[in-house]
Design a protein around this ligand. Structure first.
Ligand SMILES: Nc1ncnc2c1ncn2[C@@H]1O[C@H](COP(=O)(O)OP(=O)(O)O)[C@@H](O)[C@H]1O
Ligand SMILES: [Mg+2]
Length: 259
């Protein structure tokens, strides 16, 4: 099987990109796939804190700057799930200095960084034979997020039901994504459970959202107090294997395989 690159993006922040990136990666790894998850949100790095790791001295910042190879910037977190797949993670440098430095990069640097991102298909998917590369990005129209979308096979745009989020997502998808002709699907996240609770509620809601907003919906996910309660302190799908949120991720993983 040829590997697939999946980018998570959104118009607004806080829609669930990081949560879904981690849990989708863990779901694939648990099923025996070799997976790599990269934190490309250089403005608000999250994975270092979520995984409570010090890293190994190299960051994805270093890879994009051309000072190390991708292998140096990856850590192996396969022990975090109960399956047989490899679970590799690349971290964004969360120091204030690094965040400021990354937000001051110019177009020329970003063009080079795109080249480095595109090279990952060869190094991670072809040479290391990984099955999935999952990219977690910054919200909005950052140059670095657009680079990630360009490098991906599938772009998943996560939106909440907030009107400003939906309208921004519509504009972004119809004006920007259509330009790239990228396989793009919407994940509607934090949907109230009563909106999904009718028989076949999940599909009904996704159809309704699709018809109302003219957006291609992959799936809809309930807002879950249990997810909020653990506050990103564990890999949720691993801790709560029978939970509806875990089932949503399994369903989404299956749908992406078929895209
Ligand atoms: N389906 C959900 N149910 C409950 N809380 C959620 C859900 N999706 C995301 N969250 C919470 O929303 C917050 C923002 O999520 P996060 O993944 O950090 O968003 P982003 O990476 O898009 O900024 C986190 O506290 C996360 O746990
Ligand atoms: Mg995030």
């Amino acid at each position: 099987m040829m590997g697939k690159i999946i980018a998570f993006h959104s118009y607004k922040g806080g829609t669930g990109k990081t949560l879904l990136s981690i849990n989708l990666a863990a779901t694939y790894a648990k099923n025996g796939n070799d997976v790599c998850l990269l934190d490309l949100d250089f403005r608000a790095p999250s994975l270092q804190a979520r995984f409570k790791t010090k890293g190994n001295g190299y960051w994805l910042n270093d890879y994009l700057n051309g000072v190390c190879e991708i292998k140096n910037a990856l850590i192996d977190l396969s022990h975090l799930h109960s399956g047989t797949g490899k679970f590799l993670v690349g971290l964004a440098n969360p120091s204030t200095e690094a965040i400021r430095e990354m937000s001051a990069k110019d177009r020329k640097w970003e063009m080079k960084a795109l080249g480095r991102l595109l090279a990952l298909r060869n190094s991670l998917l072809n040479d290391m034979h990984l099955n999935y590369l999952i990219l977690d990005t910054s919200p909005g129209l950052q140059y670095s997020s657009i680079n990630a979308i360009v490098a991906a096979d599938v772009a998943l745009v996560v939106t909440s039901l907030d009107t400003s989020d939906i309208i921004g997502t519509q504009r972004m998808v119809h004006e920007l994504y259509d330009l790239f002709e990228k396989k793009t699907m919407i994940v509607v996240n934090k949907v109230l459970s009563d909106m999904l609770s009718s028989p076949a509620g999940n599909n009904n809601f996704s159809d309704y959202f699709h018809n109302t907003y003219d957006l291609p919906v992959l799936d809809s996910i309930t807002c879950s107090c249990d997810v909020l309660r653990v506050g990103g302190t564990c890999v949720f799908t691993e801790e709560k294997q029978e939970h509806p949120f875990t089932n949503s991720l399994k369903r989404i993983a299956g749908k992406i395989e078929k895209l």
